[in-house]
Design a protein around this ligand. Structure first.
Ligand code: NOJ
Length: 510
C-alpha cells in the first residue's frame, strides 16, 4: 500500500471519529447505507411534505359544537396515564392558529401538508344527522389557504381519535363502524373532494387497535388481547376498503383523486447473519403484512402464516372458531386492490428471533406471533425509548414492498425523531439526512416512492407521552400567549433539501 493510500485511510478514520458524536449513522449503518452512486437528486415529481394530526395540534376540544373523541375522555378521566398529566385540550391551538402553521409551511417550502380531520368535529354524532358547519368552514379555510399557497392538502380521515359516540357501542369492535366510516368518508369526499386529491383512510391501524382493544394502553382501554384488537383490525380493513370502493364508484370520475391507507412498520434483521431469514419475513407479515397483504398482496387475504398460526392457536385454546376470521370471497374481492398507494410510517427497526416458548398472554398478538425483538447497542436512541436511528431499515422495507407488492406506489407518510425540543437539533438533522438518503437509494433501485412527509411540522401532543417528547421541525412555545412556532435548525436543513432536491451534508445547520 502506497503512502497516499495510508494518508487517505487515516483521514477517513479521523473524519469518522469527528462525526461519530453528531451523526446517528453509526458503524453498523455506515457499512450499509452508501450514498447513491446514480441520481443525486430526487426526481422532479417527488413531493416533500410534513405531517400532523388533529388531536395532537388542534386544541379547541369542545368549541363550536365539537363532540368529544375517546382521547378527550381518556385524558380527562385518566390524567395519570399521560407522562406530564397533559391533554390535547389546547395543544398548539391550530384550530385558532392555522395562520401560524401556514407561515411555517411556507417557510419550509413544502409541496404538501398531511393533516387529519377530526371526525367528531365535523360530525358530532359520528353519523351524518348533524353536519357541523363551523368545522366544515375551518377545514375549508385550511384547504383553500394551502392551495392558494401551492401546498397540496393530503388528508387523513382517521388518526386515532374515534368519536366517543361510536365508542358507546363498541367502537372498532362493532362492525357497524364500517357503515359509519363509509358515510363519514362519503361526506368528506362530497364536501372537500373537489380540492383534496389525496386521501388516507386510516392512520396506523395496528397502533390504535392493539393498545386500544388489546392491552388497554390507549383509549378505549379494552383489555381483550388476541380478540378485540383483531376485530378492530378486521373492521378497520373492511371500513377502509368500503370507503375506497365508494370513492371509485361515486367520486373518482369527477374528482380524479387517490385513496390509500397508512400502515406503520419497522424492518427486521436477524442478530447473526447466518440465521434463517424466514423469521424476518414472518415479522414483516405480523406488522406491515397484516393489513397490507390483503390489499396489495396476491391472495386477497391475511398473510398465510398469520391465518394459519391464529387458527391453530385458537383450536388449541379450545375455541370453535378462529380469533382471526379469514376474509370470505365477498370481502376479499372488495379489499384486494383497494389502495392507489401504500402510506408507510417508518421510524425504526429491530433485530428479531423466534421466541420459544412464545411470550405474552394467551391469547395475544405477542403469543400468536412468537417473536422476540432486540436492538443493536450501537444504534443511537431518540428521546422516545422505542425510537432508534436505523435508516438502512427504511431502504430495506421499501425494497421489500417493491418485491412483494408489485412495486405499488408508496407515500412515506411519517418519519421523524424525538428530543427535548432544542433549537439546535443536530440529532433530527442527522436522522432526516440519513433517512432521505435511504429513500433516494431506494428510488435509484427502482422503488416507486413518490412522497416523503416528515413527522412533524410542530411539537405536539405525543399521546401517552404528553408534551415530553418533541418531534417538531418547529418548536412550540407552550407557555407564551401566542404559542409561537420557532424554526429549529432542522427546519432550515429540510428547506435546503426541498429547494435543492439534493441531500446536503447538513454541516451548515449544526
Ligand atoms: C405515529 C403516529 O401516527 C403519530 O401520531 C405519532 O405522534 C408518531 N408516530 C410519533 O410517535
Amino acid at each position: 500500500m502506497g503512502n497516499h493510500h495510508l494518508v487517505f485511510i487515516l483521514c477517513l478514520i479521523l473524519t469518522c471519529i469527528s462525526f461519530a458524536d453528531v451523526e446517528c449513522v453509526n458503524e453498523w449503518i455506515r457499512n450499509q447505507i452508501q450514498p447513491s452512486t446514480s441520481n443525486k437528486q430526487f426526481p422532479k415529481n417527488f413531493s416533500f411534505g410534513v405531517a400532523t394530526a388533529a388531536y395532537q395540534i388542534e386544541g379547541a376540544w369542545n368549541e363550536d359544537s365539537k363532540a368529544p373523541s375517546i382521547w378527550d375522555i381518556y385524558t380527562h378521566t385518566h390524567p395519570e396515564r399521560i407522562a406530564d398529566h397533559s391533554n390535547g385540550d389546547n395543544a398548539a391551538e391550530s384550530y385558532h392558529r392555522f395562520e401560524q402553521d401556514l407561515v411555517a409551511l411556507k417557510e419550509l417550502k413544502v409541496n404538501f401538508y398531511r393533516f387529519s380531520i377530526s371526525w367528531c368535529r365535523v360530525l358530532p354524532y359520528a353519523d351524518t344527522s348533524v353536519k357541523n358547519q363551523k368545522a366544515i368552514d375551518y377545514y375549508n379555510m385550511v384547504i383553500d389557504k394551502l392551495l392558494e399557497n401551492h401546498i397540496e392538502p393530503m388528508v387523513t380521515m382517521f388518526h386515532y381519535d374515534t368519536p366517543e359516540e361510536l365508542s358507546k357501542f363498541g367502537g372498532f369492535t362493532n362492525d357497524i363502524v364500517i357503515k359509519y366510516f363509509r358515510s363519514y368518508a362519503d361526506f368528506l369526499f362530497e364536501t372537500f373532494g373537489d380540492r383534496v386529491k389525496k386521501w388516507i383512510t386510516f392512520n396506523e391501524p395496528f397502533d390504535y387497535c392493539v393498545p386500544g382493544y388489546g392491552n388497554a394502553n390507549y383509549p378505549p382501554m379494552i383489555h381483550a388481547p388476541g380478540v378485540a384488537d383483531y376485530l378492530c383490525m378486521d373492521n378497520t380493513l373492511r371500513a377502509h376498503a368500503s370507503a375506497y370502493r365508494l370513492y371509485r364508484a361515486k367520486y373518482f370520475h369527477s374528482q380524479r383523486g387517490k385513496v390509500g391507507i397508512t400502515i406503520s412498520s419497522r424492518f427486521y434483521y436477524t442478530p447473526k447473519a447466518n440465521e434463517p431469514n424466514d423469521v424476518v419475513d414472518r415479522a414483516i407479515q405480523y406488522s406491515l403484512g397484516w393489513l397490507a397483504h390483503p390489499i396489495f398482496g396476491k391472495s386477497g387475504n391475511y398473510p398465510y402464516t398469520v391465518i394459519e398460526d391464529i387458527t391453530s392457536n385458537s383450536m388449541k385454546e379450545g375455541l370453535a372458531w378462529s380469533r382471526l376470521r379469514p376474509l370470505n370471497l365477498y370481502w376479499s374481492k372488495i379489499i384486494k386492490g383497494s389502495g392507489d398507494f401504500l402510506g408507510l410510517n417508518y421510524y425504526t427497526s429491530r433485530y428479531v428471533q423466534m421466541s420459544d416458548p412464545p411470550a405474552g398472554a394467551t391469547p395475544s398478538w405477542e403469543h400468536d406471533s412468537r417473536l422476540k425483538y432486540s436492538v443493536d447497542e450501537s444504534w443511537k436512541r431518540a428521546k422516545s425509548d422505542w425510537l432508534y436511528c436505523v435508516p438502512q431499515g427504511l431502504e430495506d422495507i421499501l425494497k421489500w414492498i417493491r418485491d412483494n407488492y408489485d412495486n405499488v406506489e408508496v407515500y412515506i407518510t411519517e418519519n421523524g425523531w424525538s428530543d427535548e425540543g432544542e433549537l439546535m437539533d443536530t440529532g433530527r438533522i442527522d436522522y432526516l439526512k440519513t433517512h432521505l438518503r435511504a429513500v433516494l437509494n431506494a428510488i435509484n433501485d427502482g422503488c416507486n416512492v413518490t412522497h416523503y412527509s416528515h413527522w412533524s411540522l410542530i411539537d405536539n401532543f405525543e399521546w401517552n407521552k404528553g408534551f415530553t417528547e418533541k418531534f417538531g421541525l418547529y418548536y412550540l412555545n407552550m407557555t407564551s400567549e401566542n404559542k409561537e412556532r420557532v424554526a429549529k435548525n432542522s427546519a432550515h436543513y429540510y428547506r435546503s433539501v426541498i429547494e435543492s432536491r439534493e441531500i446536503s451534508s447538513g454541516d451548515n445547520y449544526v
